[in-house]
Write a protein that binds this ligand. Structure first.
Ligand code: MN
Ligand code: MN
Length: 502
């Protein structure tokens, strides 16, 4: 067989586009699955061109090398005492990751597969099928690593279990994933999943956390997630060619709306997951950058450059986003810690004296806004009143992002105006609460898409959670006694600092 260069045959083998004669085009590519883009001529989609080219043979070779790399690190770690020596706060960060991320990759598998069938160009379908294979790998290798840790720590079972529960954090994550990945047409998926979520946000969790993991010495987790991110960086490239074609076809407003919706949803998800992990769970001496600094580097600088290069604009709520960057994840963190019996990891409070200094340096005003709250918690811990540090009532949750509604003085948060109640609207005979103007705006873009979803609190009020007690709620969320979250360091951080003896 003659050995041709890939560039000699690639376009010919890839561009299997033709005009359908036996079925109408919109029967093979129904608008429900493709998206409302009937105005864009079919032939224009055939100009879709991915920046990074790859043959199947190369794909298989690369992927098997990557798997072998992660496997070798895992085998070495299994023989060592490394896991036992890892900081308890960091263990919380990786358990939160496994639960929130592993089966979400399975939802991405379906989204990629849908683009692999209904993508509007052969080149796009080809890339998407590689993407589907990538995402299957991400489910499998993360389950494999979590499974290998199970005998040391039962909380790792949530890598598999989380998405099968009605845990509040998973309801929020699933709501995000269903909107952007699972229940989405292919054009919107290319922009919301691959462009916004993967080009923008996954860098935070997968590159940022990998940097922290290597600092800490958790080489297995570091190798695992950096291996995943190399795939993400490749299949994320489906977004840009799709966006270019929409923009060439006069669909700027539509493209911008898809970005504005998905950026906000991804922001809230990552503020809850990556925010506490970086700024509270990662041991102080191993923090590479603050969450806000990672956001500034990966999102504000790099991702926004990309958006502006394409001629698009920052989302309309940019100032609100910049404001939230200073407080949102601090609230999420305090909330998760306060409701720690509802999560499958042990959250690290992360507010010892040295950590508070770091937080104040990275987030000027932190002490005034959040330090006082932690002072009260610290007093309760020292006075043996742990009961005062655990939530017994439920917070009001946002009917869009499903996360708590926070009210922080001096910020754009929660209320419609200082001192007012959270923003609420009536729709179809039901009252909805929203944590922010953008969450309310997303709802108004397509109320029927979101109207039937319910928060844990809605379900409690409707009588779906029985018995309607704190214990009943925890059981409803799938949390069993063996995995129930508690403070990562057994409250060591709250003890008065012992002066060094000379
Ligand atoms: Mn993935
Ligand atoms: Mn992906």
């Amino acid at each position: 067989m003659p050995k041709l260069m890939r560039s000699d045959w690639y376009d010919l083998a890839r561009d299997m586009n033709w005009t359908l004669r036996y079925v109408p085009h919109d029967q093979a590519f129904p608008p429900e699955l493709v998206g409302p883009v009937a105005e864009v001529p079919t032939e224009r989609w055939w100009t879709w061109d991915e920046p990074y080219k790859l043959s199947y043979r190369e794909y298989v070779y690369n992927q098997s090398e990557k798997d072998a790399g992660v496997g070798a690190v895992g085998a070495a770690v299994a023989r060592s005492r490394l896991f036992e020596q890892i900081d308890p706060g960091w263990k919380g960060a990786i358990k939160a990751h496994f639960g929130a991320v592993t089966l979400s990759e399975g939802e991405s598998t379906l989204a990629e597969s849908r683009m692999g069938r209904f993508g509007l160009a052969a080149a796009w379908r080809n890339m998407a099928l590689f993407g589907a294979l990538d995402e299957m790998r991400h489910v499998q290798i993360q389950l494999k690593v979590a499974h290998s840790l199970l005998e040391r720590d039962q909380q790792f079972e949530w890598a598999h279990k989380a998405y099968h529960t009605e845990n509040w954090a998973i309801i929020a994550a699933r709501g995000h994933d269903h909107d952007l990945f699972l229940c989405n047409d292919v054009v919107s998926t290319a922009i919301q999943l691959t462009f916004t979520f993967e080009t923008g946000f996954t860098n935070l969790q997968f590159m940022g956390m990998a940097a922290d993991a290597m600092e800490i010495g958790d080489v297995e987790f570091g190798a695992l997630i950096s291996s995943i991110q190399t795939d993400e960086a490749r299949h994320a490239q489906q977004g840009e060619p799709t966006l270019r074609i929409l923009l060439e076809s006069g669909e700027r407003e539509y493209a911008q709306r898809l970005i504005d919706v998905s950026f906000w949803r991804a922001w809230h998800l990552f503020a809850s997951l990556t925010g506490p992990s970086m700024d509270y769970y990662t041991p102080l001496e191993h923090r590479t950058m603050s969450f806000k600094e990672f956001m500034e580097e990966w999102i504000i600088r790099q991702f926004m450059d990309q958006i502006e290069d394409l001629g698009l604009e920052k989302p309309w709520y940019w100032d609100t986003f910049l404001d939230e960057l200073n407080w949102r994840h601090h609230c999420e963190h305090a909330g998760i810690w306060y409701y720690r019996p509802t999560v499958w990891w042990h959250p690290d409070a992360g507010v010892s004296a040295g950590e508070r200094e770091w937080l104040e340096a990275k987030y000027p005003g932190w002490t005034q806004k959040f330090g006082r709250l932690w002072d009260t918690v610290t007093d309760s811990v020292r006075n043996d009143r742990l009961d005062r540090t655990i939530g017994n009532t439920l917070p009001v949750l946002c009917n869009l992002c499903q996360l708590p509604i926070f009210m922080v003085p001096g910020t754009t948060s929660g209320a419609t105006a200082p001192g007012q109640a959270p923003r609420q609207v009536d729709h179809g005979g039901r009252r909805y609460s929203f944590c922010s103007e953008p969450c309310h705006w997303i709802f108004t873009q397509n109320p029927e898409r979101y109207a039937s979803t319910t928060t844990v609190v809605d379900r409690l009020i409707a009588g779906e959670v029985q018995p309607p007690t704190p214990e009943g709620v925890i059981a409803y969320m799938g949390i069993t006694p063996e995995v129930r979250g508690d403070d990562a360091t057994r409250y060591a951080w709250a003890q008065p600092q012992i002066e060094a003896v000379a």
